[in-house]
Ligand binder design. Structure first.
Ligand SMILES: NC(=O)c1ccc[n+]([C@@H]2O[C@H](COP(=O)([O-])OP(=O)(O)OC[C@H]3O[C@@H](n4cnc5c(N)ncnc54)[C@H](OP(=O)(O)O)[C@@H]3O)[C@@H](O)[C@H]2O)c1
Length: 254
């Protein structure tokens, strides 16, 4: 699985053109969902840029209130693809981890509609219940994840079971980009706060999926492989945790 991807929630300003630009910049992964409304534009951008399905890792989702197999077929139809790389359950349906949804995704994978399957917004308890019942470990838990809101118990649990954490809203939806310490540390590497946040994920082994409409942002967010955050600064960033969420509550998985 690629170590970084492009998020497409609210990527509504010329979605096709922006995704095409991202593909031409070699973004290795694109994240979408039916309720983002970006699937048809992603398919079109792949077509226009001559990107083959094997050239980019596509992640999409089924909703918690639908049949997961049918939802997968619908997503493929919108994307104009025969398969995707990763299909997620967007949210757990209430407190239950959604056994039926999970079975539907397992069938979709068996039928070759998706290479891998995973979940999003799941707590450790919900992950555990799903694994215990099915014997099938999700490849991914996609959750909100920033230095201001992260969870060491989740990190340890996912590392132990080799579940990849994909970090959504990794740039805090811009809400915390003006944090003083974030800016000071970023400046010490001659990088922007956004680049520091992305690099923090990479060094934790977490996969960020920043969204960017602005072409300068698209390029900036990929320019994160030529520096390394020191152990001291990683620890300082870790300590910024206040279980903050851009959704105005604790992160959904807590
Ligand atoms: N599974 C889920 O439940 C779930 C929930 C939320 C999000 N997601 C996924 O995660 C993706 C990312 O999260 P998000 O869209 O909520 O928020 P985000 O990526 O944290 O922030 C996006 C915002 O940051 C700005 N930005 C991008 N690069 C920047 C840079 N280098 N410097 C300054 N500002 C920058 C963007 O502006 P411009 O657009 O103007 O460039 C946009 O306003 C989503 O698009 C979606 O794919 C999943």
């Amino acid at each position: 699985m690629p170590v970084i991807g492009l998020g497409t929630w609210q990527l509504t300003k010329d979605t096709t053109g922006t995704v095409q630009q991202a593909l031409e910049m070699d973004y290795p992964m694109i994240d979408t969902a039916v309720d983002y409304g970006t699937q048809p534009a992603i398919g079109e951008a792949m077509h226009r840029s001559g990107t083959r399905p094997e050239d980019v890792y596509i992640v999409t989702k089924v909703e918690e209130n639908e049949d997961a197999y049918d939802g997968t077929v619908r997503d493929l139809d919108e994307l104009d693809l025969d398969y995707v790389d990763l299909m997620l359950i967007h949210r757990p349906p209430g407190r239950s981890p959604g056994h039926e949804l999970w079975e539907g995704l397992i069938r979709a994978r068996e039928d070759g509609l998706t290479r891998d399957i995973g979940v999003s917004n799941y707590s450790v308890d919900q992950l555990e219940e799903l694994v215990d019942a099915s014997g099938e470990v999700p490849a991914v838990n996609q959750i909100e994840w920033t230095p201001f809101g992260w969870n060491s118990h989740m990190l340890d649990y996912c590392r132990d079971r080799e579940i990849v954490i994909q970090a959504y809203s990794p740039l805090t939806r811009t809400e915390r980009l003006d944090d003083r310490r974030l800016n000071e540390i970023a400046a010490s590497y001659d990088k922007t706060p956004a680049q520091l946040l992305i690099r923090w994920d990479l060094q934790l082994g977490v996969v960020p999926i920043p969204k960017a409409n602005d072409p300068a942002h698209l390029a900036e967010n990929l320019d994160v492989f030529d520096f390394e955050i020191s152990d001291e600064h990683m620890e300082e960033l870790n300590r910024l945790n206040e279980h903050w969420s851009s959704l105005g509550q604790s992160p959904m998985y807590e």
